[in-house]
Design a protein around this ligand. Structure first.
Ligand SMILES: [Zn+2]
Length: 300
């Protein structure tokens, strides 16, 4: 009887906590360390997007009032090359870091298996996410410019040089941001501010908006890759029979307690393959989201 009880106790699988409220898998410190380098790379991207605009493109834009497909295609090549050279290595590092620290947390008495950071699942994730981002950046850029060309601020420009100078200062901004900058320009002009001063003030405003967007892109991409890396590492652990019955819990970051999207998700628990009530498998739930997941599983 006693032996049976002891045996039962030995056999009973132990539920281990891999990440939780007290140790969030180092997501925030990872973001802090990796963000500055990616921010620099996103800035390089905008410069390359600007450089891809030729005199011919400007002439076409001035004559027709819209961006031609040829320019969108050229941007697509620029963004794709950038994604391969700059973004993918950053994603890979984030996924690898997240996956490795999960395997470390598993700490078995015998040597634990290692995270496979080149698993086909990871390559598939990067290809899908890259495709979405490339479309967003190229088609979004064209939409922003097309919307601007209909704005009052662009009416009556007859010189290619002037059009090019003005348009390029809006590159990298989202449509609503670009419209806000254009409105600001109109306001300054209507107040009688000199053209030179207007140019300077508008540039400062556009730059500050761009700086924030660059940061948002870097943070969102790193956060997505890190969260995916954690999720994938658990999938690999389960596949290798190391763990079972994985549970994940949504944890908001301290500064996200009041986020309308994430506040209601805090503490929600679902299985590894299940979606949270927001429809996501893991954070981020939105741009700038810094939420993370608490993972626990039965050790086999
Ligand atoms: Zn969030």
């Amino acid at each position: 009887m006693i032996y049976e009880l002891i045996e039962q106790k030995i056999r009973r699988p132990e539920r281990i906590i891999l990440t939780g409220r007290s140790h969030r898998g180092e997501l925030l410190s990872y973001l802090q360390n990796a963000e500055p380098a990616l921010v620099k790379k996103v800035n390089i991207l905008w410069k390359a997007i600007k450089k891809a605009v030729t005199d011919k493109d400007i002439e076409y834009i001035r004559q027709t009032g819209s961006v031609q497909q040829g320019l969108i295609d050229a941007w697509c090549i620029v963004v794709t090359e950038w994604a391969e050279a700059a973004l993918e290595p950053a994603w890979k590092r984030a996924i690898g870091s997240a996956g490795n620290s999960m395997f470390e947390a598993l700490r078995r008495p015998r040597k634990a298996a290692e995270f496979n950071s080149v698993h086909s699942n990871i390559l598939k994730w990067m290809a899908e996410r890259g495709g979405i981002l490339i479309r967003e950046l190229t088609e979004g850029q064209a939409k922003t410019i097309n919307a601007l060309l209909r704005h009052q601020v662009f009416q009556g420009i007859t010189s290619n040089y002037q059009l090019s100078r003005m348009l390029l200062s809006f590159i990298g901004l989202l449509q609503k941001e670009a419209i806000a900058v254009a409105n600001y320009r109109m306001e300054l002009i209507s107040q009688g501010v000199t053209l030179k001063k207007t140019d300077g003030l508008v540039e400062i405003y556009a730059r500050s908006l761009l700086k924030n967007r660059v940061k948002r892109i870097a943070r969102t991409e790193l956060c997505s890759a890190y969260n995916f890396g954690q999720w994938e590492s658990l999938r690999q652990m389960r596949e290798s029979g190391l763990v079972d019955e994985i549970e994940k819990e949504w944890l908001t970051a301290d500064d996200e307690r009041t986020c309308p999207v994430c506040a209601g998700l805090d503490g929600e628990k679902v299985g590894h393959d299940e979606q949270f009530s927001c429809g996501q498998m893991h954070p981020p739930a939105h741009v700038q989201c810094r939420c993370s997941l608490g993972y626990s599983a039965l050790r086999r």
